[in-house]
Design a protein around this ligand. Structure first.
Ligand SMILES: [Ca+2]
Ligand SMILES: [Ca+2]
Length: 381
């Protein structure tokens, strides 16, 4: 399904009320960490041309934290630095679209410690009355622009993992384990008869790209770029496949994954068949939780299979890359796709493995065409 409603509109008309900066209610005890970032120019200010490759010395150019600014509740300061974005040599599961790795540098920023929770999203919904894409009637004219004739997914809803799958004949055909369910949305995340009662501190899911922007705008933040997201996850580690090192043995300490033979059996040894409350698993070196799985997270970058090569070919360090100017993905030429990161609780070694640092996924901007659930990680404008 495709929507044409602008990100700053509610029900197509009323403007979203922007939430005051640094003004968040206390939500849950220790598990609810929330964010907010720094809008002021600090230490020389932000770059003017953020995607332009430059070769100037980094320090003194990149934004640093002023000692007088304390991280807002639920946020942590991510210091400026440079790193190699993309595939590392020791990763046997690396995919072509994670290559070539290329040097980038990013400004310091404040960042949410955890994924946006159901409680936080409910607060946004209560104040704004925002209508999510999953609850809107399908705009057939828009739909025609993006799907091929014969597609029958014409009711609001989203995709869920099928239950009781006995076998799969083609591991590359994900529609053997996904099914379209009408009436699925962020409050009825598993179908019309489900609810999120008791899951207030779980990550919110089934949010479209537009909705993630609406939420961030209301909270006085923005989505992370892909480069910011990967840097924050790497947390100044170098040449690592996972943020905790190069061995998958520690996976269960840091990530809520699918354990067993996906999608047939899940042993649930980590205690969670689906999402886990935010902050359940160990954080990375910057103190960020669930950067590897729990739920997928949007970035603001267009997905473009040529972008990494373009950055590499420039031969220069790229400061604060903001992604390609437009989406490009030959197998999905009609869709406007964004980069999503981190994987979900459905990832396993045998399928997805998107808890790897360089992993990335092309995701169309509306949930009906997504195959998993997402929650935005935001930091401020
Ligand atoms: Ca699990
Ligand atoms: Ca996540």
């Amino acid at each position: 399904m495709v929507s044409t409603v602008a990100s700053n509109e509610i029900d197509g008309n009323a403007p979203l009320k922007k939430r005051p900066l640094f003004k968040r209610d206390v939500l849950f005890i220790s598990l609810v960490f929330f964010v907010h970032g720094c809008t002021e120019k600090v230490d020389g200010g932000h770059f003017e041309n953020k995607s332009k490759p430059v070769t100037e010395p980094l320090f003194g150019v990149l934004v640093t934290q002023l000692s007088s600014i304390e991280p807002p509740d639920g946020m942590v300061w991510i210091p400026k630095n440079m790193y190699d974005q993309g595939a590392v040599l020791d990763d046997w599961q690396v995919m072509q679209h994670e290559k070539p790795n290329h040097p980038v540098a990013v400004d310091g920023l404040f960042m949410d410690i955890h994924e946006v929770t159901n409680q936080e999203f409910a607060e946004f919904m209560g104040e704004t009355g925002y209508v999510t894409v999953t609850k809107r009637k399908v705009d057939c004219e828009e739909l025609k622009k993006q799907v091929l004739p014969g597609n029958e997914l014409l009711q609001p809803g989203s995709l869920l993992l099928k239950k009781n799958i006995d076998a799969i004949s083609n591991p590359h055909d994900c529609f053997q384990w996904w099914e379209w369910v009408t009436g699925v949305n962020w409050k009825q995340h598993m179908g019309p008869s489900s609810n999120i009662n008791g899951k207030e501190n779980h990550p919110m899911v089934h949010i479209a790209y537009e909705g993630s922007h609406a939420y961030c705008h209301w909270a006085g933040k923005r989505l992370l770029t892909e480069a910011e997201w990967e840097y924050a996850t790497r947390a100044n580690t170098k040449d690592k496949v996972y943020f905790w090192g190069n061995t998958v043995d520690a996976l269960e300490k840091y990530a809520n994954t699918w354990q067993g033979d996906f999608p047939l059996t899940n042993t649930i040894e980590d205690g969670f068949e689906k999402s886990a409350p935010v902050g359940t698993f160990k954080p990375n070196g910057f103190g960020l939780y669930d950067m590897s799985v729990n739920v997928w997270e949007w970035t603001s970058d267009f997905y473009n299979t040529q972008y990494y090569q373009q950055l590499k070919s420039s031969g220069a360090l790229t400061l604060n890359p903001t992604g390609a100017e437009k989406a490009f993905n030959a197998p999905d030429p009609l869709a406007s796709e964004r980069v999503t990161k981190g994987g979900s609780y459905l990832c396993s070694e045998s399928c997805c493995a998107s808890y790897r640092l360089s992993s990335r996924m092309a995701t169309t901007e509306d949930p009906p065409w997504n195959i998993r659930a997402f929650a935005p990680y935001c930091h401020q404008k």
